[in-house]
Design a protein around this ligand. Structure first.
Ligand code: PSV
Ligand code: MN
Ligand code: MN
Length: 393
């Protein structure tokens, strides 16, 4: 692609202006690997300060107006008050993430545990998360289960599926209005022999059984190396069952690094499927979230960088010359079809994104503007004794 013609330019700018990316509260706290969490200065001490950091990301990027909460990592007495504070800061509270993986009772699983008392406790937590959604006005309940077994014979694979289905049904039935249940899958870890929701097929089958308001979450870090994630995106979009993304980047496993850092081309291929299905607009109901941990890099800046990475991949996907691609595909012209896609991917979209930000009244370089703003220095002085995010310790 040589020059972007004015009509395409306008179309792409308008689509990018509407894009929404949700950031995770836990990305702002101290988090990292199970070997060491390197504590940073100025990190939030409570959910309010996490909201303030998320609002800062939105102030500089203009496209990150919601923050996801993780319960009980983000425990407060009054969620409506937290939602009010978020609003004052210029953002809203987004997805509510349940946490049934950090209690001693869950050693043998949460909702699939062989002990009915533990299952009741886990289901109780899921229902409490819907209470939180009622208070915050959040649309989505995101469920990830660490449930699984380490040894063959440890438990009945089939009965665990029955228990899972029952728990999901109870959570689903508790939803009201526009609320949705989003089911996340993960190949392995912390269980090493069997995971109860290991892949998109399992998540999809359970969501189908539940009904229309149950959809699948694709966490980009939760697949075997070499998995064609864009195929999963296309399949679930076609089936109307793609609810959300947890974006991040991986080399080896669930690395939770900055989205688009290791493989920006994969992110482009994913966004290409989204754009082709006309699923980018928020009204289409796909939640584009980040799920990241920043152990060695400054956190707010890393989240800003991640948002920009998603924007860059999206801009490239929006630049694909669809008529030329379709013509080449129909003609069976393999090389031309591939060249059309690569042309879009190889376009330097940074000038276009600078233009977008200027149109939106933002600084064209959000990272530089953030660094100049003195925000980090201010919160470092104000916040003494920052919080552990809860994950990866
Ligand atoms: C699990 O690895 C996961 O991806 C789930 O989304 C959790 O809620 C999140 O990580 C916590 O970091
Ligand atoms: Mn995730
Ligand atoms: Mn993960």
């Amino acid at each position: 692609m040589t020059e972007i013609d004015p009509t395409t330019r306008r179309r792409v700018l308008d689509a990018l202006r509407e894009q929404r990316i949700e950031t995770p509260s836990w990305a702002y706290g101290n988090s990292g690997t199970r070997f060491k969490v390197f504590a940073q200065e100025g990190v939030p001490r409570d959910p309010y300060e996490k909201v303030a950091d998320a609002a800062t990301v939105h102030r500089f990027t203009g496209v990150a107006p919601t923050v996801a909460l993780h319960i009980p990592w983000d425990l407060v007495d009054d969620y409506a008050a937290l939602a009010g504070y978020a609003k004052e800061q210029g953002i809203e509270l987004g997805t509510i993430n349940a946490n049934v993986f950090q209690d001693d009772d869950y050693k043998l699983g949460s909702v699939t545990n062989p002990d009915p008392a533990v299952r009741r406790k886990a289901i109780g937590h899921l229902l409490e998360c819907v209470d939180v959604m009622d208070a915050t006005g959040s649309r989505d309940l995101k469920l990830w289960f660490s449930d699984g077994t380490n040894y063959p014979g440890q438990d009945s694979i089939r009965q665990r599926q029955d228990r899972l289905a029952e728990a999901l049904r109870q959570a689903y039935e508790r939803l009201t209005g526009r609320q949705r249940l989003l089911l996340e899958y993960k190949l392995f870890e912390p269980a090493f022999y069997l995971t109860d929701v290991p892949d998109w097929g399992t998540a999809y089958a359970h969501c189908l059984e539940l009904g229309e308001r149950a959809q699948v979450v694709i966490d980009t870090g939760h697949h075997a190396p070499g998995t064609n994630i864009e195929f999963i995106v296309a399949f679930l979009l076609r089936a109307g069952k793609l609810g959300a993304f947890d974006f991040n980047s991986r080399f080896y496993a669930d690395d939770d690094l900055m989205v688009g850092s290791a493989d920006p081309f994969q992110l482009f291929r994913i966004m290409h499927e989204i754009v082709q299905a006309d699923a980018l607009r928020p009204s289409q109901g796909i939640a584009f979230m980040l799920d990241q941990c920043h152990n060695i890099e400054p956190k707010v800046q890393a989240v800003i960088r991640s948002v920009l990475n998603v924007q860059e991949a999206t801009a490239k996907a929006l630049l694909v010359d669809v008529p030329a691609l379709t013509a080449a595909q129909r003609a069976g012209d393999v090389l031309e079809a591939n060249a059309v896609l690569m042309d879009a991917y190889n376009t330097d979209v940074r000038p276009l994104l600078r233009e977008l930000r200027e149109e939106m009244g933002l600084d064209p370089d959000p990272v530089a503007a953030y660094k100049r703003s003195g925000y980090l220095e201010r919160v470092t002085a104000e916040r003494v004794g920052g919080q552990q995010a809860g994950w990866g310790a």
